[in-house]
Design a protein around this ligand. Structure first.
Ligand code: GLA
Ligand code: ZN
Length: 668
């Protein structure tokens, strides 16, 4: 299956990044010209402009200065490059904060912020909305027919929250719409306990460390509301763009598993998903874990729209915001760039093109260093990526076919973060999902990462680690998936609460009890120095952190606990139901069990590895399939040489090397 290219007139993978030429306006004759020469040398075909440019575009209220941006857009067009053109709302001009203080956020402590920084406007402010609409409309009108216009980049890394009076009013309106009556809200949030009952809508306030902080239902709804605020603001920002330039896709750059916004919801309104990826490479054997984590983020971003995405930012060298700014060792830059492509990105983009001379990101890695020429190693690394991407036209728009999906759900994560009990503050939801995902990565079997509200239709295997909160009709949909022949895997801490964080009565895992054929009676939290084991198929696997005490009620017991007062009790079960099977892993375990277990599941469910089984440790294989040709990416995330015994001979990989082979599509 092949999707159209992201920028219609460029049927290639996009290569480029954030370009902030207004920093160099007084020296533009020299610098901009040189930028174009260097960009071409690096094989760059797209640059993102206008991000944070509000003051340069509107230095005085209502007085617009587009001349410099005209020149930049023309320059890009002359050099056959596409512009990823931003709306400037990511940072506000000082004149605006001065004249209209309502646009500045109020934090959870109810303190009004001062002007400064970025990503900190109030999303409810009518003035900010009006100003944003005005400048976005002007941008769209001005550049609607410009040959460089390729993609709209809405704002930058939406995030944070505002607790100002305007936002409180909107929050109450959101709750009224949702619950209709205060009684319903009081039940959903279980407010009778501790005398938290609301007797007037006006008493409802957003959560705060100095106020109401303990109502989990309130906390969940506040995050949902904040997500809706961003959805609404995005729709507001894009309304003139969609109207004036209907063929230009809009996106906003996301941040992987950023906890503040339910990206699965925000993605519904994006035309294409995009992601800023900054893996914490160590250049040691630990990079296998970093590689898995990064792959997960890519697959998560791809799963948001279920089609190719954009790697909107990455760093060609070291970032400046980590405690240790370690350089990329040879091959690492190539590996991280191609890795994104292997998992579904149609672009490799950087922050930023030319390193700032001053300001907050002065020493952040960039394509062009302070030195200013093509000589540095980093520039050469980027140019090598540019060259390689030119040879990958088969990948443009190509699908990433997978028969297995892992659920990552922001609502579950929020509920677990707030849950008291278990392992407070260390419920480890995100890492647990990554661990289960990682088993497939190691097997070289592609897997989608999806939200629990997405369709399960195309999958044979569905994994839902720690599905603590069950949304809408999730349990019914999972049951239907199993009944029609799917293989479902659940774990400890599943099916505890409903959408309002109210516990299910009648035994856990709540509405999943029958599907899984078990009853979870208690959950034991272990001290870090403690462990138990799961005995399965003659092997003993370490169990730690959380061990659930379960009873088989129809399920077959496959594995049992090795010690403590629940030794011999069920720890791994399988329930045959309809045409399918539902497995339950009762305790947290490490990669050893997960790799063996998912190896067993893959065989049982007929999931095929992309290349061969087994792959050497630290090596994975991923695939993009355009319906005619498959591109297979074989990637070594270790600092050692590796040999992969492929179907037609051995493939040798140097440390951190990636090789790509093409073969006929197996899906056609
Ligand atoms: C984020 C931002 C960029 C820049 C980079 C630095 O992704 O979007 O503006 O600050 O981080 O890593
Ligand atoms: Zn506000």
């Amino acid at each position: 299956m092949r999707y159209p290219p992201i920028v219609k007139k460029i049927p290639h993978l996009l290569h480029g990044g954030d370009y902030n030429p207004e920093q160099w306006l007084p020296w533009k004759d020299k610098i901009w010209k040189e930028d174009m020469r260097l960009a071409k040398l690096a094989g760059i075909n797209t640059l993102s402009v206008g991000i944070f440019s509000w003051t340069a575009l509107e230095p005085v209220e209502g007085e617009y200065h587009f001349e410099w941006l005209d020149e930049v857009m023309d320059m890009l067009a002359e050099n056959n490059m596409a512009a990823v053109l931003a709306t400037p709302s990511g940072a506000k001009p000082a004149w605006m904060s001065g004249k209209y203080p309502e646009i500045m956020r109020v934090n959870a402590m109810r303190q009004k912020e001062l002007h400064g920084g970025r990503h900190n406007h109030c999303l409810s402010s009518p003035v900010y909305r009006q100003k944003t609409l005005a400048i976005n409309t002007k941008l769209a009108e001005r550049y609607k027919n410009h040959p460089a216009l390729g993609v709209w980049h809405i704002s930058n890394e939406y995030g944070g929250e505002c607790h100002c009076p305007l936002c409180q009013e909107k929050f109450r309106a959101y709750l009224k719409e949702k619950y209709k009556t205060l009684d319903a809200l009081n039940v959903a949030w279980w407010t009778t306990f501790w005398s938290h009952t609301y007797t007037d809508w006006a008493q409802v306030e957003s959560p705060s460390p100095i106020g109401e902080g303990n109502l989990n239902g309130l906390r969940l709804d506040w995050r949902r509301f904040t997500t809706e605020q961003f959805v609404d603001f995005y729709l507001h920002e894009t309304s003139p763009l969609h109207k004036i330039t209907p063929d230009i896709p809009c996106t906003t750059n996301l941040m992987g598993t950023y906890p503040g916004i339910n990206y699965a919801r925000l993605a519904e309104v994006l035309d294409v998903a995009s992601f800023d990826s900054y893996p914490r490479w160590t250049s040691t054997e630990k990079d296998v874990e970093v590689g898995i984590r990064t792959a997960f983020n890519h697959d998560l971003t791809r799963g948001l729209k279920g089609k190719p995405f954009m790697l909107m930012e990455s760093c060609p060298s070291a970032t400046n915001w980590r405690a240790v700014a370690k350089l990329h060792r040879p091959n690492l830059h190539m590996l991280q760039s191609i890795q994104a492509v292997a998992h579904g990105s149609d672009t490799v983009q950087y922050f930023q093109f030319r390193k700032s001379r001053g300001g907050p990101e002065q020493f952040h890695g960039a394509v062009v260093d302070h030195e200013g020429t093509e000589k540095p190693r980093v520039f050469q690394d980027v140019a090598a990526v540019g060259e390689r991407l030119k040879g990958l036209d088969n990948v443009v728009g190509a699908d990433t076919p997978s028969k297995a999906a892992v659920i990552f759900d922001w609502n579950v994560r929020w509920a677990l973060d707030d849950a008291k009990g278990f392992l407070q503050d260390k419920t480890g939801y995100e890492q647990t999902v990554v661990d289960h995902y990682g088993a497939f990565w190691k097997l070289g079997i592609p897997v989608d990462v999806i939200d629990s509200t997405r369709s399960f239709d195309k999958y044979d295997v569905l994994i839902a680690p720690m599905l603590f909160l069950l949304r809408d009709n999730a349990a019914e949909r999972i049951d239907a998936f199993v009944q029609r022949g799917g293989t479902f895997i659940a774990t400890y801490a599943s099916g505890y609460v409903n959408e309002s964080a109210l516990a299910f009565l009648g035994g856990f895992p709540g509405p999943l009890k029958e599907t899984l054929g078990i009853w979870c009676e208690e959950i034991d939290a272990l001290f870090p120095e403690d462990s138990n084991s799961i005995e399965w198929q003659g092997k003993s696997y370490r169990a730690f952190d959380l061990c659930e005490l379960i009873h088989a009620e129809g399920a077959e017991v496959l594995g049992a606990y090795g010690s403590d007062f629940y030794a011999g009790q069920a720890a791994l079960t399988c329930n045959k139901r309809g045409k399918g099977k539902a497995y339950f892993i009762a305790a947290r375990t490490n990669g050893d069990l997960l790799k063996d277990f998912y190896g067993f599941i893959a065989k049982d469910a007929g999931l095929k590895p992309v290349l061969v089984d087994p792959l050497p440790e630290g090596v994975t294989a991923q695939v993009r399939d355009n319906g005619k040709t498959e591109s297979v990416f074989i990637m070594n995330f270790t600092d050692k040489d590796k040999q992969v015994k492929g179907p037609s001979g051995t493939i040798a990989l140097a440390p951190f090397e990636v090789k790509i082979i093409e073969r006929d599509s197996q899906s056609s």
